[in-house]
Design a protein around this ligand. Structure first.
Ligand SMILES: *Cc1c(COP(=O)(O)O)cnc(C)c1O
Length: 818
């Protein structure tokens, strides 16, 4: 009997077939040893696992360098249009494995990987937002990701007695082998000060300066030799910071004060779908925008475009060479900042500057939840960015003038569409600023794009319908299939359709020809079983809980938010009290989220220790949800919970990751679930609950939770258990806030979908008993995943918003390092 392949070996098989010439293993080993010796200054007797990791990272990185330099030269020579993707939420993913997959180096790194195996699993993690960068590089777009180099990323979550505790994520402590500091491109960013109006223009003076120091990270495309750049800014105090107050005591204080300026890039605000109007956050938003725009304009002026100095310096051609995509309203200040540069510094007329700005910028909306929309108090602006406030007032004056001309006398419309909200404390509505200052506005799934046109941005849609678009989100099949589930990637490639689908995910539809093929059904079921076993072992090692790998892995992984309705899942678990397992995470300082975590762990305490239930139902809360955990749990899942109230989840991307990894979805008609049902066939998903129109009708009528509570005996029983202390012995009041919310002011209408959800779960359980039918449904789902590649998403952004043409062509490879 042959030994089953390791994940490493499976990915290797895929990478080997993708290669023209096999990499020189001996060279790689030599370089690995060289780095261990010269870079890490260690020998094998004293090298730690971390040293091995760094040596390997440097070895792999060497293969990127030539391609990186060559790609940037190539862009300079060809001078294509550039796209700048601005986001406050980029942070590093697992670059090493991703680089090895994209460069087809994994096979050659064998020995080195063997040495660092366990370390690879615990080191280097990151967040989302990198899918788009991967696709932009794979599609050969001259793209740049711009953001902040946070010293502390999203906190690490610890669960102590069922309660969440947060720990700082000190990810840079041991250095980051992937980034390259570029102090030569440091930029000044101004804050505070005052505005002077002179006959020859406006001056923003007496400002405080913070320097933005760029760190570049390479972003390799999939086997096309392209390496793009993600540039993240770090705040540095200028040397002369406050030194004008120099005296002996003042000097020490001034040096200590440098820290204050550098706080700007200290920490990522972890709020998900929630706006908290903190000055430091506004500083972060302006900091990234101001530094990035200087870079964009410098690169534009230094480009080869045009044959003469005159053409090159003519900023009216900026929109032909530059696209700026605003990821949510967080970088919205790009609009007034670009206006400030064009009008105050470049001395263009307002009209010319405005035309350039609108044609350059585009805005992606990510949520319709009112608590998530950014509205910055005027006072904050007046103090921190006085010139930008003036510019926003002028943008608004002209915008309202246009609306008045279109709708004379419609004062209510003017009030609704103003960039400035006047009721109570005056605030700037950043979404309105983005819509007015952009030529394209998009939602991230069809249903969400329709909703913004019909509701929050209806007035804007009426005046500028041509601006509104949809770009359904996607995920990169490199990370979310080849990297995280090599067994499945291999079955798909080896057994049936070749491996071109990794670049062109629509080819997955070819699997439909084999949906009744017993060998394929068997192999797919086998891979899932292997992934589940592996995850069960991981759970046992990490959390000391034993789960039955033959039970259904029913998983809800996503950040905790009321609209995502983790509570609906809780009610189901209590109702059934029989099989299954769940998993989740929260933002700190968010009381309800913390209570939800406590409830889940409390349910786990009761259910997992019930000897009658035994191993038929286990409830597990996995702490510290992050990409590395998602990469483990998603390939091992049978059932994906996507149960938000219809109309609240803009798209979701977790839903797509599960679908691609062979889980079935139980979900509402919300976000991208709608399109998943369209692509795989609605009969191949477990769809339940209210549609958007039902939610609206219920709002009209008035949602009365008690009506459901009184009518549905099982629901009443569940709620009585929670409020009666069944899950909090000795502390019956522990969950009273959750109970009160569900019964009396639940914006997300959990009870209204309870009955249908329970019924739908019964259908799921029945089908799960028939492995063959279940697996056929899985194949239909995988075959329907083509649309959900971020390559498709990015190709649409490129063609329909940025005016760029994607290409799968390779560029020439440089000689690899000796
Ligand atoms: C994909 C992903 C998300 C988004 O998940 P949703 O289910 O769409 O909310 C959040 N966090 C991590 C770590 C992810 O990998």
């Amino acid at each position: 009997m042959s030994k089953p392949l390791t994940d490493q070996e499976k990915r290797k098989q895929i990478s080997v077939r993708g290669l023209a010439g096999v990499e020189n293993v001996a060279d790689l080993k030599t370089n690995f040893n060289r780095h261990l010796h010269f870079t890490l200054v260690k020998d094998r007797n004293v090298a730690t696992k971390r040293d091995y990791y760094f040596a390997l990272a440097h070895t792999v990185r060497d293969h990127l360098v030539g391609r990186w330099i060559r790609t940037q030269q190539h862009y300079y020579e060809k001078d294509p249009k550039r796209v700048y993707y601005l986001s406050l939420e980029f942070y590093m993913g697992r670059t090493l494995q991703n680089t090895m997959v994209n460069l087809a180096l994994e096979n050659a790194c064998d020995e080195a990987i063997y040495q660092v195996k366990t370390y690879l699993q615990i080191f280097q993690d990151g967040g989302t937002g990198t899918c788009f960068l991967d696709s932009m590089a794979t599609l050969g777009l001259a793209a740049y990701g711009y953001g902040i180099r946070y010293e502390f990323g999203i906190f690490n979550q610890k669960i102590v007695n069922g309660w969440q505790a947060e720990e700082a994520d000190d990810w840079l402590r041991y250095g980051n082998p992937w980034e390259k500091a570029r102090p030569e491109y440091m930029r000044p960013v101004h804050f505070y000060g005052r505005v002077e109006h002179h006959p020859d223009g406006v001056k923003w003076v007496d400002t405080q300066v913070v320097l933005a120091l760029p760190y570049d990270t390479p972003v390799p495309g999939y086997r096309n030799n392209i390496v793009n750049t993600m540039r993240l800014w770090s705040a540095k105090a200028p040397c002369e910071f406050h030194l004008k107050d120099f005296n002996v005591g003042g000097y020490i204080q001034a040096v200590l004060d440098k820290n204050l300026a550098e706080n700007i890039s200290r920490v990522l605000y972890p709020n998900d779908n929630f706006f908290e109007g903190k000055e430091l956050r506004l500083k972060q938003e302006y900091f990234v925008v101001a530094a990035t725009l200087q870079d964009i304009i410098r690169r534009f002026k230094a480009s080869k475009f045009g044959s003469t100095e005159v053409v090159r310096m003519d900023l009216t051609t900026l929109p032909d060479k530059v696209a700026i995509q605003l990821n949510d309203t967080h970088p919205a200040m790009a609009i007034p900042e670009l206006m400030r540069i064009l009008v105050d510094d470049e001395k263009l007329s307002w009209d010319t500057a405005w035309d350039i700005t609108v044609r350059t910028c585009a805005y992606t909306n990510h949520t319709v939840l009112p608590e998530a929309l950014e509205r910055w108090p005027i006072d904050l602006f007046q103090n921190l960015l006085p010139r930008h406030l003036e510019i926003i007032y002028e943008i608004n004056r002209r915008h309202l003038e246009r609306i008045t001309a279109l709708y004379p006398g419609d004062y209510d419309r003017l009030r609704r569409m103003s960039l400035i909200e006047e009721c109570g404390q005056k605030k700037i509505n950043m979404a309105h600023l983005c819509i007015v200052g952009s030529h394209a506005v998009n939602g991230v799934a069809q249903i969400h794009s329709d909703i913004i046109k019909d509701t929050v941005f209806k007035d804007f849609y009426e005046v500028d319908p041509q601006k509104f678009q949809n770009k359904t989100n996607g995920i990169t099949p490199r990370r979310w299939l080849v990297m995280c589930n090599p067994g499945l990637a291999e079955v798909i490639a080896e057994v049936k359709i070749g491996e071109d689908y990794i670049r062109d995910l629509s080819q997955l539809k070819n699997l439909l020809k084999f949906v009744d093929d017993d060998a394929l059904i068997r192999d797919i079921a086998k891979v899932k079983q292997e992934n589940k076993l592996k995850f069960a072992v991981h759970l046992e090692e990490q959390y000391k809980v034993k789960i039955n790998p033959n039970s259904m892995f029913d998983v809800q992984v996503k950040r905790i938010h009321e609209y995502k309705r983790q509570l609906l899942n809780c009610l189901h678990i209590i109702t059934l009290y029989n099989r299954k397992s769940i998993i989740i995470q929260a933002a700190p300082g968010y009381h309800t989220a913390k209570m939800i975590i406590k409830l889940i762990t409390a349910i786990g305490e009761v259910v997992n220790n019930d000897s009658v239930v035994g191993d038929r139902l286990k409830v597990i809360y996995l702490e510290n949800y992050r990409v590395t955990l998602a990469e483990k749990v998603i390939p091992a899942s049978d059932l994906s919970e996507q149960i938000s109230t219809a109309g609240t989840e803009a798209s979701g991307t977790g839903n797509m990751k599960f679908m691609l990894n062979g889980a079935l979805t139980i979900g509402t008609m919300d976000g991208a679930n709608v399109e998943m049902a369209e692509e795989a066939g609605e009969e191949n998903l477990f769809i339940f609950g209210m549609r958007v129109k039902d939610v609206e009708a219920l709002d009209q009528k008035g949602y009365d939770a008690m009506e459901y509570y009184n009518r549905i005996p099982e629901l009443k029983q569940v709620m009585d258990q929670i409020s009666g202390g069944f899950f909090s012995p000795g502390e019956p009041d522990l969950f009273k806030d959750i109970v009160k919310m569900l019964m009396h002011h639940d914006r997300f209408k959990v009870f209204a979908d309870y009955e249908d959800y329970i019924k739908c779960q019964e259908k799921v359980s029945a089908l799960y008993k028939n492995t063959k039918e279940w697996t056929k449904m899985v194949i239909h789902n995988i075959a329907g995943c083509g649309k959900f590649s971020s390559d498709r998403t990015i190709a649409q952004y490129a063609r329909e918003i940025w005016g760029m043409e994607p290409s799968l062509e390779k560029i020439a490879a440089p000689d690899d390092p000796r």
